[in-house]
Design a protein around this ligand. Sequence first.
Ligand SMILES: NC(=O)c1ccc[n+]([C@@H]2O[C@H](COP(=O)([O-])OP(=O)(O)OC[C@H]3O[C@@H](n4cnc5c(N)ncnc54)[C@H](OP(=O)(O)O)[C@@H]3O)[C@@H](O)[C@H]2O)c1
Length: 361
Amino acid sequence: MPITLRWGILGAGNISSQFVHDLVLNNSRADSGIIHIVRSIGCSSTSKGQDFIKDCNINSTNNEGIAPVVQSYDDFYQNPEIDIVYVGTPHTFHKVQVTKSLEGGKHVLCEKPFTVNKKDAEKLFQLAKDKKLFLMEAVWTRFFPSIKLLKKYVYEDKVIGDVHRLFSDFAWNADIPNLEPTNRLRDVNLGGGSLLDIGIYSITYSRILLDNAVGESHTKFEFKSFMSLDARDGVDYNTSIIVQYADGKQGILSCCNYTTGKMPFLRLEGTKGVVEMSSDNPARPRQFKITFDDGRDPIEYKDESGYNGFIYEANAVARDIAAGKIENDTMPAAETLLVMEIMDKIREDAGLVYPQDGQLI
Ligand SMILES: NC(=O)c1ccc[n+]([C@@H]2O[C@H](COP(=O)([O-])OP(=O)(O)OC[C@H]3O[C@@H](n4cnc5c(N)ncnc54)[C@H](OP(=O)(O)O)[C@@H]3O)[C@@H](O)[C@H]2O)c1
C-alpha cells in the first residue's frame, strides 16, 4: 500500500511553487511508494491561487484525480482534508501560521528560517508536542542523496582522512538597491538580511560536515562572527562566522547579498583529499567532487533526478507521519533550536534586532 499524504500549501509564492513541482512530478513517476496530494492552496487571493495551480500544472493525472481548492487562510486552517501544511511564506509569518495550523489539527513542514528567533521556535515545538503533531523546519539540504553519500565517504570511509577545514559560502547579488524597501530581503519587519535567508545554509553545511551528530547529541563547538549592517536598511547583507570544534577543526562560513559567489561554493579539506561542492543554488547540494592528494581518480557525484530537490524532505516527512512520529531524525527540533541559537547570538553581537524579538506569542 502506498503512503498517501494530503498537503495544504500556505502561500502561493516562489518557494511553494518549487516545492509543489516536486510533489506532482513524484506522482507522475509513481515510483516512490508515496503519493503526495495537493489538497488546498491557502492564499490571500482566489485568482492568485488559481494561477498558482495552473502555473504549477497540478492536474487530475498528477494529483490522484483531485482538483485542489483555493481557500482563505482562515478556511484553510479549518479544512479537515489537509493532513499537513507546508508553510511557504516569509519568515516573520511562520510563528502565527504554524501555530494556527497546529491548532487546526494539522502536521506542519515550515520553511527555513523556522522562526525569527529561538524563543519563538521553542514555543512552536512545545505546541506540536502537546498536540502530538509532526513539526519540522524544511531544511531540505539535509535530505539530498548527495549529503547521505558524502557523509558516508567522510565519516565512515574517511576517504579524505582527518577533516581540518571547511569553507562554505552562500553569496548572490540580490540587486538590493533596486528592490522595494518592503521586499522580504530588505525589510527589517520581515526578518530581512542575509543571515536568516541564506547564511543559515552555510551554518547548516558546517553542522552536516564538521559534526556527524545532530540535535541534542551534537558535538560542542564555539564560534565568532562579524555582521555588517546596511546603513540604509539596518539589516545584514554581509556576514561571516568562524566555528571551531574541540578537536581543532574549523569552519569559515559566509553569506552575502551584495555580490555573487563563485563555484565551488564549498570546500572541505582533510589530510588525504578535498571535497568540493557546486550547484546553481548552494542550498541545493546537487554535485560534488572528491580529489585525492595521492593522485587517485576523483570521486564525482551529480544528482540528475529532475527534481528540484524538495521531494527528498517531503518523502521523509511522509514516512515519519505514516510511522506516527512527531519529529524527524535527520532534522530534529533540537537541531533547529541549535541553529536558531547560533543566529540569535550573531545578531545580538552585531545589534540586529527584529521587531518580533520583543513580542510574546
Ligand atoms: N528552501 C529554500 O531553498 C528556500 C528558497 C527561498 C525561500 N525560502 C523560504 O521560504 C519562505 C518564503 O520565501 P519566498 O521567496 O517563497 O517568498 P515570497 O514568494 O515573497 O512570498 C511567499 C508568499 O508569502 C505571502 N507573502 C509574501 N509577502 C507577504 C507580506 N508582506 N505580507 C503577507 N504575506 C506575504 C504571499 O502569500 P499569498 O500567495 O497568500 O499572497 C506570497 O505568495 C521564506 O521564509 C524563505 O526563507 C526557502
